[in-house]
Design a protein around this ligand. Structure first.
Ligand code: GDP
Length: 298
């Protein structure tokens, strides 16, 4: 989880420095609590979660508290918010294939995540097929094919501007006929102000529903964790328009801002299935609330 470190570390250090004088007190004073709350907000945790953590910390009594102790209790309180949303994606759909629609704004890491997710499922011995349902960009189709080659998974694709619902229909038929467990569908469901893309997604869902009333089994929204508040807006919009059932957060390597996951958990309670920590095929990790909480607390 080293790649996740960084978000809260500096501020915790500063707060830690201010704690020296408090070390023998049994509770934190208001100005230290203010500092902590401010630091949490600055780390993207959002006002609700930050207040909740502040109150939880204020209610605790300590024998002694130093910077390390502060980080530990912060991590504990953050973990309490994250733990309920940790839920790996499970291939339960029957009859096969289990269908996963993947949506997200351009550049969020949608295609890369599909490749990594496919690989992750293959490692659990599931047969995976990819469907290039994002027919609005030729580049998206090409990129998905490249990922298919990389992970040795079949890719169902048509032409740019083609009918996404038709491709998904073919994907389900072929997956069922060839014993594929999971069909991961790239979709054009990505722009809140482009209603035709949302119509396209609705059509894909209708066709899927006709083939299997339980499909799609998952509608996964891919979010770039470095976009902060923007990511929360995307959850809000896509939850309303696309029936999101779970999240994957990407780009939590580098300048990781994992705090946004706490805000998302507090505000929406949607499952977080996994996190992306790089561009490689192995860079999708299960969402581990303890590790993420510790990384945020520094
Ligand atoms: P899409 O437009 O949503 O399909 O996004 P892409 O999958 O093409 O990803 C956009 C860029 O982000 C590419 O350069 C990816 O390699 C990169 N990317 C995707 N996921 C991650 C991640 O978890 N970490 C890092 N560092 N880069 C990522």
């Amino acid at each position: 989880m080293d790649r996740l470190r960084g978000g809260f570390a500096k501020t915790a250090e500063r707060i830690g420095d201010n704690l020296t004088g408090l070390a023998t007190r049994q509770a934190l004073d208001t100005s230290t609590l203010d500092d902590i709350e401010e630091a949490l907000i600055a780390s993207d945790l959002g006002p609700e979660a930050s207040r909740r953590i502040r109150e939880a910390i204020a209610a605790r009594r300590f024998e002694q508290l130093d910077e390390r102790g502060l980080r530990t209790i912060l991590a504990e309180e953050i973990e309490k918010i994250l733990a309920p949303v940790a839920r790996p994606l499970e291939v339960t759909g029957f009859p096969r294939p289990h269908v996963v629609l993947v949506i997200g704004v351009n550049g969020s890491g949608k295609t890369t995540t599909i490749g990594k997710l496919g690989h992750w499922l293959q490692e659990q011995d599931y047969g995976v097929m990819l469907a290039a349902g994002d027919t609005f960009r030729a580049a998206a189709i090409e990129q998905l094919k490249i990922w298919g080659e990389r992970i040795h998974a079949p890719v169902i694709a048509g032409k740019e501007g083609g009918d996404a619902a038709g491709i998904v229909f073919d994907g389900v038929k072929q997956a069922a006929a060839t014993g594929i467990d999971a069909l991961i569908v790239d979709t054009a469901g990505r722009l809140q102000n482009k209603s035709h893309l949302m119509d396209e997604l609705a059509k894909v869902r209708r066709v899927l529903g006709r083939l299997n009333p339980e499909a799609p089994h998952d509608v996964v929204l891919v979010l770039d964790a470095t976009t902060g508040q923007n990511a929360l807006n995307q959850i809000k919009v896509f939850r309303e328009t696309a029936g999101v059932t779970g999240l994957i957060m990407t780009k939590l390597d580098g300048t990781a801002r994992g705090g946004i996951m706490v805000a998302a958990a507090e505000q929406f309670g949607l499952p977080i299935h996994a996190i992306g920590v790089g561009e490689g095929v192995d860079d999708l990790r299960p969402f581990d609330p303890r590790a993420v909480a510790r990384a945020i607390a520094g």
